[in-house]
Design a binder for this molecule. Structure first.
Ligand code: ZN
Length: 359
């Protein structure tokens, strides 16, 4: 009898890459999939045999990414109701609240926070609810996102590409946040290096990112069993191996305070190990990006009022046990496993940063 391995390892052919691995510069890797990013680009999914990172090869260019992201944003805005969008903001507020309570429990009281790719900004709004004096700065390339954050939360905004180094931000922050960002960036090494520079000595880095093995599994199944390219509509270009990511961070002065995966429902359903048609990514239809880009005027401006959004029975003037309980009940993860196992749905990281140059 063959023993079932969870997760099931990727089998592929070692092949020469078009572009070197962004973490370890390896020129070879296993092809584990092929994707079409809308009708914009075609790439192979290559898993590095040295560091474990799976990436698109070749990587999307900035131009391709910008177009696909715009098409996705419009498609999503037309699909997701304002009610659901508000629900998501409230969810993020509760998650930020919960995260802040856990920081407090560990004796951390951040003063200067930088969030990379803040989305609606409600995660840090939850953080600020617990630490009212905290100063929040958000960085994004998208001007609408920054305007929204300035208007709703009065955050400082920086319009910049998070992979481009800004020396003016050196040693400025005691907490840097990147939630669901690292899977989207072209060069993860640059982001990690920037976070280290922007951080103060012993500052914190918090991120979440999908379990890359699970996230790549659907493309792997389509490629291996149907021999076809699969559809990629949201620009996940990095698929992290739990061990490889940890190695990369620890070798750059980051030491783990919390590093775990959670939400095992998806693993129970077979993602990451089971061969089934249901788990495969859709085969590519080279979805028409222009069709959505041209609909940009149909996206209605959302007029959310922060006060009415946060007017919930369990949210008071400040942190308290009722709010703690509700946020904990809704969002805490009871079962936490090591990401090095590459199971579970999402990786949560909280790391302490040691500066290499203590000048
Ligand atoms: Zn590598």
């Amino acid at each position: 009898m063959k023993l079932l391995r969870i997760p099931s390892p990727f089998k592929g052919v070692s092949t020469l890459r078009k572009e070197k691995c962004r973490i370890c510069n390896s020129e070879k890797g296993l092809q584990v999939g092929e994707v079409d990013y809308w009708d914009i680009a075609n790439a192979r999914l290559i898993k590095c045999e040295q560091c474990g990172l799976t990436q698109l090869d070749p990587m999307l260019t900035d131009e391709e990414t910008a177009k696909g992201c715009l098409a996705y944003y419009i498609e999503e805005s037309l699909r997701v109701s304002p009610k659901e969008q508000k629900r998501n903001m409230l969810r993020n507020f509760r998650r930020g609240y919960l995260f802040a309570i856990s920081l407090k429990g560990k004796g951390y009281y951040p003063k200067d926070v930088l969030e990379l790719g803040p989305g609606s900004g409600y995660f840090t709004a939850g953080l600020k609810f617990v630490f009212p004096k905290v100063k929040i700065t958000v960085m994004d390339i998208n001007k609408e996102t920054l305007d929204f954050n300035a208007l709703h939360h009065q955050y400082e905004t920086i319009e910049a590409h998070i992979e481009n180094y800004s020396p003016a931000l050196d040693n400025k922050f005691d907490l840097v946040i990147a939630r669901d960002i690292m899977e989207h960036v072209v060069d993860i090494s640059k982001v990690v290096s920037n976070v280290q520079k922007y951080s103060k000595e012993n500052g914190l880095f918090h991120f979440i990112t999908p379990n890359g093995h699970e996230d790549a599994w659907k493309h792997y199944l389509t490629f291996n069993h149907l021999k076809k390219a699969s559809e990629l509509l949201i620009n996940h270009v990095n698929y992290f191996d739990g061990k490889g990511l940890l190695n990369h961070l620890t070798s750059h002065g980051f030491s783990p305070i919390n590093y775990y995966t959670y939400n095992l429902k998806t693993t129970r359903k077979g993602r990451g190990w089971k061969t089934s048609e249901k788990l495969m990514a859709s085969t590519s239809k080279k979805k028409n990006s222009d069709f959505y880009v041209e609909k940009v005027n149909e996206v209605k401006e959302n007029s959310f009022d922060k006060n009415s959004l946060l007017n919930q029975w369990y949210i008071y003037d400040g942190p308290n046990l009722i709010t703690n309980f509700i946020c904990w009940y809704q969002h805490s993860s009871l079962i936490r496993l090591s990401p090095t196992l590459n199971i579970g749905h999402e990786i949560h990281g909280l790391f302490k940063i040691t500066k290499s140059d203590k000048a």
